[in-house]
Write a protein that binds this ligand. Structure first.
Ligand code: HEM
Ligand code: HEM
Length: 245
C-alpha cells in the first residue's frame, strides 16, 4: 500500500467514527434535554399525526423560513435540495451494482451541483451584503459556507473539467467498506475533494450543521398544541410529583 492509500484509509475510518459516534452522542444528549414547558409555535397542530405533517413540511419545504424571509428561503432551500440530489447521486460510489433510482438520478445529480453552489453563493453574499447579518456572522458561519463551496467546486472540477478515475475511486470506497483495501487514486482534485469531505465529517458533530438532526428535537416544532386535553409534565417534574404523593 502506498502512503497515500494508508493516509486516506486512516482518515476516512477516523472521520466516519467521529461522525457516527459524535452525531449519535448529540442525539442522545438532545433526547435527554428537558422540555419543561409546552411551547409549540402556534398555530400548531393539536394531534401527533398533525405534528408529523408539520415537521415534514418544515424539513422538506422550510415552511417557517419561507414565512419569515423569502430571499434566505430561496437560496437556503435551493442549496439544500441541490445538496440532497448531489448526495443521492454519490450513493453509486458505495454500492455495486447501483440501485435503479441511483442510476436514474445521475444526470440530475450532475447539474444539481450548480444549484447547490448557487444557493451557497447567495447565502454567503447575504453575510457580506446585509449589514445586520454581517454584524452577527461569526468566523464559523463563513467557514461552513467556504467548506461546502470548496467541496462543491472541487467535485464539479472532476465532473466537468478534469475527470478522475471513477472505477478506481469506487474500488477504493468499496474496499474501505469491506476491509479489502484498494489503492487510493493519486489525483490532486480528488485528494482535495475527499480531504475536505473528511474535514466536514469530523466537524459535523461540533458545528451548526447539527441543525439537521436537531430540528427533530425542537420543542416549538415537535409538540402538539394540546395542553388542555393532556397535562404536560417533563420527566423530572413527574418524578417530583410521584415522590410527593
Ligand atoms: C434535515 C435536514 C436539514 C434541514 C431541515 C435544514 C434546514 C436548514 C435551514 C432552515 C437553514 C436556515 C437558513 C437560514 O435561516 O439562514 C439551514 C441553514 C444551513 N444548512 Fe441546513 N438543513 C438540513 C441539513 C443540512 C445539511 C446535511 C447540511 C450540510 C452538510 C446543511 C448545511 C447548512 C448550512 C451551511 C446552513 C447555513 C447557511 C448560512 O450560513 O447562511 N444543512 N438549514
Ligand atoms: C466519501 C464521500 C465522497 C466521495 C467518494 C466523493 C467523490 C466524488 C467524485 C468522484 C466526484 C466526481 C464525479 C464525476 O466525475 O462524475 C464528485 C463530485 C461531486 N461531489 Fe463528491 N464525494 C464525496 C462526498 C461529497 C460530499 C459530502 C459533497 C457535498 C457536501 C460532495 C459534493 C460533490 C459535488 C457537488 C460534485 C459535482 C457534481 C457531481 O458530479 O455529483 N461530495 N464527488
Amino acid at each position: 500500500m502506498t502512503s497515500l492509500t494508508v493516509f486516506y484509509t486512516t482518515l476516512f475510518y477516523f472521520a466516519t467514527l467521529v461522525l457516527i459516534g459524535g452525531v449519535a452522542y448529540r442525539i442522545y444528549e438532545y433526547s435527554r434535554t428537558p422540555a419543561p414547558l409546552k411551547i409549540p409555535t402556534t398555530p400548531a397542530p393539536t394531534s401527533n399525526a398533525g405534528v408529523v405533517v408539520r415537521m415534514a413540511r418544515e424539513v422538506v419545504l422550510f415552511e417557517s423560513l419561507f414565512k419569515s424571509n423569502k430571499w434566505i428561503w430561496i437560496f437556503g432551500w435551493l442549496f439544500h435540495v441541490g445538496l440532497a440530489v448531489v448526495l443521492l447521486r454519490h450513493v453509486r460510489y458505495f454500492q455495486e451494482p447501483a440501485w435503479f433510482w441511483v442510476e436514474f438520478i445521475q444526470p440530475f445529480g450532475k447539474y444539481a451541483s450548480f444549484i447547490m453552489v448557487a444557493g451557497l453563493a447567495g447565502l454567503w453574499a447575504r453575510r457580506f451584503l446585509v449589514d445586520r447579518v454581517r454584524y452577527i456572522s461569526t468566523p464559523s458561519d463563513h467557514l461552513m459556507l467556504a467548506l461546502l463551496v470548496a467541496i462543491g467546486l472541487s467535485g464539479m472540477m472532476m465532473t466537468f473539467v478534469s475527470h478522475t478515475d471513477i472505477v478506481a475511486l469506487k474500488a477504493f470506497m468499496l474496499g474501505l467498506m469491506t476491509f479489502d483495501f484498494q489503492p487510493m487514486p493519486a489525483d490532486g482534485v480528488l485528494m482535495v475533494h475527499l480531504g475536505l469531505v473528511a474535514l466536514l465529517m469530523i466537524i459535523f458533530p461540533i458545528s451548526k450543521l447539527l441543525h439537521a438532526p436537531g430540528i427533530f428535537f425542537s420543542p416549538t416544532r415537535n409538540q402538539a398544541d394540546n395542553p388542555r386535553e393532556q397535562r404536560h409534565l417533563a420527566p423530572w417534574a413527574a418524578a417530583l410529583e410521584r415522590n410527593k404523593s
